[in-house]
Design a protein around this ligand. Structure first.
Ligand code: ADP
Ligand code: ASP
Ligand code: MG
Length: 483
């Protein structure tokens, strides 16, 4: 098979760039982001991944929920607003009428599809996970042609590509998993030829499709994951996630104003942060890039001159063992207990096979040694159905009062202290709890992974911010970071 000249060179230098919702939030943001991509495309092959414009996915989902109740107006009204918004952005970004026309046509097709989805939902008063995925995907499907148009207006050859053509997933709507072998084949067939001829593909984040072609989504915030799936599939040299903060910070800057940017962090540390709620990265983002060791950058599209954070296999030791803190509030503590559970065979096994069947992800587990109580934490969205499934599973035991209670407490938060090199630095747990003690913060449960990459503890949700501020100070994360 003949290769085009420069094939290997191009292949080695693929850069995948993802622009999040705020980075494509309006015409000025898209213009700035398109400049960044155009600059990179001068000396490497670039794949752009875009999110929906900020806030659009939430609004699409809200309207879908209203349509489910039979409201026939909600979808139409939203689509109208979105049409005006996207068309105004297009007009601002693409001056030439003939360049604007094909994009406009594409937007109209997507709006028509959206209208059919909302009409069907309102008519049937039923919103299946599959339909919800199709509705939530509209935002990305609208922003990709806009971004491609903005690149073309800058003189960069580009093509909007829907990820349903690229990312093959299982059929788990709302949180689908990629099938990497199939995805690799699709990317080679569809993206590689574009890259070879110097065209920048602009791919919709967040979505994929089953091998039968049914649209799926990767879960909320999933465009980060789309970028790394595509990066891994193409063997990219690097992946850059452009967002609205300077990188991965020592804590969420909205909660801890003195948080600082971390220059380099390891895959494990970043994955722990993401898993425990640091919104800057979708929890699954690093999964596919770890085997190939592809560096992932987090950078600020509003300040592209700043270096950002690089996530690498090794990371870099900075100061003491603690790198960063994170907290997660939308969670619930479920407890299965009563003195009788000592005698119930395999309570632990049955509890967690139930959560596994539901695909409810368990964030933290704590069990008293007497086995009187098993407590674990799931995301708030999973809490209700988890409790229902457990009540079903233990129905007999509850009836005979062997299991006394299955309760749920939604008013809690998990705070996690993360750092790969906490391992071998004694006293971090003690220091954490002293700091919390001084602030009179009550600790409900504690867990430490055996990897010692994190210590996580459960507090009342009202105490979460104080817990973050106290530990951030305690570990000196507010002062300039030193090696
Ligand atoms: P995007 O739309 O670009 O995907 P997100 O809103 O999903 O952006 O993620 C970026 C946000 O993550 C930041 O604005 C910040 O408020 C939040 N965040 C939470 N924890 C951290 C952290 N440790 N470092 C940086 N940002 C964080
Ligand atoms: N637009 C999607 C969401 O809001 C995906 C993303 O932004 O990463 O969840
Ligand atoms: Mg995000």
């Amino acid at each position: 098979m003949g290769s085009a000249p420069g094939w290997d060179h191009m292949k080695a230098k693929v850069q995948v760039m993802k622009f999040g919702g705020t980075s494509v939030g309006d015409a000025a943001c898209i213009a700035r982001s398109a400049q960044i991509a155009a600059g990179a495309a001068k000396d490497s092959a670039v794949v752009v991944v875009v999110s929906a414009m900020s806030g659009v996915t939430n609004r699409l989902i809200d309207a879908a929920r209203r349509a489910e109740t039979g409201d026939r107006q909600a979808g139409a009204a939203l689509l109208d607003t979105l049409r005006q918004q996207h068309e105004a952005v297009l007009a601002a970004l693409v001056a030439a009428q003939e360049a604007r026309q094909p994009v406009l046509r594409r937007l109209q097709e997507i709006f028509a599809e959206g209208q059919r989805l909302y009409d069907g939902t309102a008519l049937l008063r039923e919103l299946t996970p599959r339909t919800l995925d199709s509705i939530s995907s509209l935002g990305e499907r609208l922003s990709a042609p806009l971004f491609a148009g903005a690149l073309a207006a800058l003189g960069v050859r580009s093509e909007a590509v829907e990820a349903t053509e690229l990312i093959v997933t299982d059929a788990y709507h709302g949180g689908a998993e990629p099938r990497m072998d199939r995805t690799r084949e699709r990317c080679e067939a569809r993206l590689r030829p574009l890259l070879q001829t110097g065209i920048v593909p602009v791919v919709t984040g967040f979505i994929g499709a089953t091998s039968e072609g049914v649209l799926t989504t990767l879960g909320r915030g999933g465009s980060d994951y789309s970028a790394t799936i595509l990066g891994a599939a193409l063997g990219a040299g690097e992946i850059i996630i452009w967002t609205d903060v300077d990188g991965v910070l020592t804590a969420d800057p909205r909660l801890v104003p003195e948080a600082r940017t971390i220059p380099e962090i390891s895959y494990r540390e970043a994955a722990e942060l993401a898993y425990f709620g640091a919104k800057v990265l979708h929890p699954k983002t690093l999964r596919e890039v770890i085997p190939a060791g592809i560096p992932v950058w987090i950078r600020n599209s509003f300040a592209p001159e700043r270096p950002g954070t690089v996530i690498t296999r090794e990371g870099r030791r900075i100061g003491g063992g603690v790198k960063a803190l994170t907290a997660i509030r939308d969670v619930a503590l479920i407890s299965v207990g009563g003195p009788g559970i000592v005698g119930v065979p395999d309570v632990v096994g049955r509890t967690f096979s139930t959560t596994a069947e539901l695909r409810a992800s368990v964030l933290l587990i704590s069990q008293s040694s007497s086995q009187n109580d098993i407590c674990f934490i799931v995301s708030a969205a999973d809490a209700q159905r988890t409790v229902e499934a457990l009540r079903h599973e233990f129905a007999q035991d509850l009836a005979h009062q062997v299991v006394e209670h299955i309760t749920v407490d939604p008013h809690i938060a998990i705070v996690a202290v993360v750092g790969e090199r906490m391992h071998g630095t004694p006293g971090i747990a003690g220091q954490t709890f002293n700091a919390l003690g001084r602030e009179s913060i009550n600790i409900i449960a504690i867990a430490q992974g055996s990897s010692e990459t994190n210590i996580s503890f459960v507090v009342e949700d009202q105490a979460m911010k104080a817990a973050l501020l106290a530990t951030h100070r305690e570990f000196g994360l507010h002062s300039p970071l030193s090696d």
